[in-house]
Design a protein around this ligand. Structure first.
Ligand code: NFA
Length: 103
């Protein structure tokens, strides 16, 4: 009863810490070497995109230079971007993904 006040304070400061999960965009960057079909394989495997979604994202990057693939927490965005880069590198392609905060 007498420490109701301090409990309330602790709860409030905890909420302030968890209430702001910044979201990060994973962006596909165009290059002149990676085959379109390989880009599609990566988008489907790593980012769980459908054939149609993947094709549209791949073609947008191809035509405009880059395209947002998806938005995640920072940790997931960076992990998925690195996974995709590594898979491409293993296959001999310079495919690049970058991450950036949404706001
Ligand atoms: N521009 C690549 C090509 O013509 C395809 C590509 C699309 C690569 C999107 C990277 C990103 N083979």
């Amino acid at each position: 009863m007498s420490d109701t006040g301090s409990d309330t304070k602790r709860k409030t400061s905890t909420r302030l810490k968890v209430a702001k999960p910044r979201l990060y965009k994973v962006i596909l960057v165009n290059d002149d070497f990676t085959p379109r079909e390989f880009v599609l394989v990566i988008l489907k495997a790593v980012f769980r995109m459908s054939e149609e979604q993947g094709y549209n994202v791949m073609m947008t990057a191809h035509q405009k230079g880059k395209c947002v693939v998806a938005v995640y927490s920072r940790d997931i965005a960076e992990t998925k971007a690195q996974e995709a880069i590594d898979l491409a590198k293993q296959a001999g392609f310079p495919l690049m993904f970058i991450t950036e905060p949404e706001n």
